[in-house]
Design a protein around this ligand. Structure first.
Ligand code: COS
Length: 378
């Protein structure tokens, strides 16, 4: 099951080369300046990587989550912020792939697949984080358009997005079944960007608040049926959690690579610190945990690609295990480099800061445990 095809391996090698040559040299600077790497986005567009989750019929690369996971993993090995360009593009596109009608797909998917449009996903609100059903943004149908009022917070890609899939309450009497999903373009009247978040890690991945002030959305931009928004959000997150797991695997692998390199160079007590068994065992534990997380991640991606009924369960397992692995491995990698690990001159502290978010976004790991337990007890 885990044997990657020659085609997938060639794809992985292409992304690995691109990352080593063009992204790794920029990673520290992207983090230090907190700047969106538009040049790297352009490179991804040219390489056809922005449309990995889009079917070929709509101009994409075929919608393989195993390829998407591998691309995100390889890029995150050097630069998490750059890997988010691919990850968030998929997150903001998947609701249209999963639930759009043919007209919506024809209108939006080719532009999202080419990278002409940047995507974002508008679920989280100030009072609706883990409890995604507590959406307070409202959408009211007036004539041929919905009028949206409310706000979304922590929206990855918000500052640069052309489209946001927005989840809003169309029928508050129906609770979770009163939430609907809309494709909202940032140029629609009443769409306003708010404060840009300053974050601990992923500093080159722009995140902001978005406000809807009598925002006018054509009725034909409703995704699926009114009231199906929550299910669309959950199904999208099922496809996206393995991608976060892949990002976590990439971060962990990058930190281990750096720790190995450092340990061979660093001389203490007259010999490289890599020759001490205490550190060898640490690195062996790190490697074994990464291998396990990687296999689980690829397995979850394959279940997404094959529409397996266990996909939701396995996605949550992969995200939980891989992100906890990333946090542990990056902490140990920093420990191996000790004082230099703590210095911003080395990549260890950046890997550790970036790892933390993988335990939080797309559902905290406590939420993943709820999804897993619900599945077990069903
Ligand atoms: N696929 C399809 N349908 C799903 C689903 C999934 N993965 N998960 C839930 N649903 C459906 C349920 O079947 C239920 O419908 P029925 O009543 O018809 O059976 C409906 O959605 C409500 O489900 P549930 O009662 O489980 O919803 P809860 O409000 O209890 O929420 C959690 C469940 C906590 C798991 C959900 O709110 C969640 O994932 N929260 C985290 C959100 C998140 O990841 N935020 C990060 C923002 S994106 S960076």
């Amino acid at each position: 099951m885990f044997q990657l095809t020659e085609e997938v391996k060639a794809f992985r090698d292409m992304v690995r080369r691109m990352t080593r040559e063009k992204i790794a040299p920029r990673a520290a600077e992207i983090d230090r300046k907190g700047e969106y790497p538009a040049d790297i986005k352009e490179m991804f567009c040219k390489a056809g990587l922005m449309g990995l989750s889009v079917p070929e019929a709509y101009g994409g690369q075929g919608g393989s989550h195993i390829n998407l996971c591998i691309a995100v993993e390889e890029v995150a090995r050097a630069c998490t912020a750059s890997s988010l360009i691919l990850q968030v593009q998929s997150l903001g596109t998947m609701p249209i792939v999963l639930s759009g009608n043919d007209e919506q797909k024809r209108r939006y998917l080719p532009k999202l697949a080419s990278g002409e449009y940047i995507a974002s996903f508008g679920l989280t609100e100030p009072n609706a984080g883990s409890d995604a059903s507590a959406t307070q943004t409202k959408a009211v149908l007036r004539g041929d358009r919905y009028i949206l009022n409310g706000s979304k917070h922590f929206i990855s890609n918000g500052p640069v997005a052309d489209t946001t899939v927005v989840f809003a309450m169309t029928d508050p009497t129906q609770g979770v079944k009163g939430i609907s999903a809309f494709i909202v373009e940032s140029k629609f009247p009443g769409y306003r960007r708010g404060k840009i978040e300053k974050t601990m890690g992923i500093r080159g991945a722009p995140t902001c608040e978005i406000y809807f002030e009598d925002c006018e959305v054509p009725a034909e931009n409703l995704l699926g049926l009114a009231g199906t928004g929550f299910v669309i959000a959950m199904k999208t997150l099922d496809t996206s959690r393995p991608v976060i797991a892949a990002q976590a695997v990439g971060i962990a692998q990058g930190a281990l690579d750096s720790a190995i390199e450092y340990s061979k160079m660093r001389i203490q007590f007259g010999r490289p610190i890599s020759s001490f068994q205490g550190l060898q065992w640490m690195m062996a534990d790190m490697a074994a945990q990464i291998e396990a997380a990687r296999m689980l991640t690829y397995h979850a991606a394959i279940l997404i690609d094959t529409e397996d009924p266990k996909k939701s369960y396995m996605s949550a397992c992969a995200k939980l295990i891989a992100s906890d692995t990333a946090m542990r491995v990056t902490t140990d990698a920093l420990q191996i480099a000790a004082g230099y690990g703590y210095s911003v001159e080395y990549p260890f502290e950046r890997y550790m800061r970036d790892a933390k978010i993988t335990q939080i976004y797309e559902g905290t790991n406590q939420i993943q445990k709820i999804v897993i337990a619900n599945s077990l007890l069903k």
